[in-house]
Design a protein around this ligand. Structure first.
Ligand code: BT5
Length: 254
């Protein structure tokens, strides 16, 4: 296992590309945990995670063959400006996948990249320090998540199903590094709203959803997000409903 406090222990490959240093490990508990103590522009990739993390304590299946990557970026001061990182990173990942030729891509709020109804990529953005954010990216490439958890059968997608020979995992990691750096610079200088229109185009519009807000459930057709990142739903009577994103623990497509 890698030493959580010293990324120089246990790695097998180290690569530099622009501002980034990418360390590759055979196995870690979670790349996000390993990245939590690292400075901006550190990137951690692991062949396997023994405790891959989803949101709200959920498990992320991380066997060999997938891209399990955490990127540390500067995210200083204005906290609100960085709250949309799951949305903007989702769009950046989708842009890369579109360029690779993956068909029928869409985003699902807040942090999933889907092919039709199957999840290809999930994101976990965490803030361990006031000055940085850790962007965890899980992308199924050659792995088979349903072999780890039979309940995922039919619910996941993987790059190998769409591309005869997907890029290797280091190339995908470095590709994402440079895109995430460009995104960080855009958000730092112009704010996240420059991405909002593109993001709003990438959802599956008019899909019926249920949103859990504590004990309550809000239902309607998903319309997108507003300038503050709040969710906009329309009910059957075409009335618009705004939901505070930080209060929505789960969005289910129904
Ligand atoms: C996520 O959570 O989608 C965030 C996943 C982030 C994973 C990356 S890998 C690198 C970094 N290090 C970490 O430890 N994590 C990040 P959430 O929206 O809560 O979705 C979790 C749900 O997705 C699970 O409950 C399963 O239903 C499903 N799932 C689990 N493993 C999957 C996989 N490999 N592919 C697709 N779906 C999966």
């Amino acid at each position: 296992m890698a030493d959580l406090h010293n990324p120089s222990v246990g790695w097998t490959q180290q690569m530099r590309s622009g501002v980034w240093t990418l360390w590759v490990y055979p196995e870690v508990e979670s790349t996000n945990i390993l990245a939590s103590k690292l400075p901006p522009w550190a990137a951690i990739r692991a062949e396997r995670q023994t405790g891959g993390r989803g949101r709200h304590g959920r498990k992320w299946e991380s066997s060999a063959g997938g891209l399990w990557l955490s990127l540390v970026i500067p995210a200083p001061e204005l906290r609100e400006q960085w709250e949309a990182l799951p949305l903007t990173t989702g769009w950046v990942v989708m842009e890369m996948l579109t360029e690779l030729g993956i068909p029928s891509l869409r985003l699902r709020w807040p942090n999933d990249v889907m092919v039709k109804n199957q999840k290809l990529c999930g994101l976990l953005v965490e803030r361990f320090s006031p000055q940085t954010a850790v962007i965890g990216i899980g992308l199924n490439v050659f792995n088979h998540p349903e072999q780890e958890d039979a309940a995922l059968k039919g619910l996941t997608a993987r790059l190998e199903n769409f591309l005869p020979s997907p890029p290797d995992l280091n190339s995908l990691a470095l590709n994402l590094c440079s895109r995430v750096q460009a995104m960080q610079e855009t958000i730092a200088t112009q704010g996240w709203n420059v991405y909002r229109e593109k993001i709003n185009r990438a959802w599956d519009k008019n899909r019926r959803v249920e949103c859990l807000l504590g004990e309550n459930v809000a239902r309607g057709f998903f319309q997108g997000v507003d300038e503050a990142g709040n969710l906009i739903l329309k009910d059957d009577a075409n009335a618009e409903l705004t939901l505070n994103a930080s209060q929505v623990s789960l969005l289910r497509e129904v």
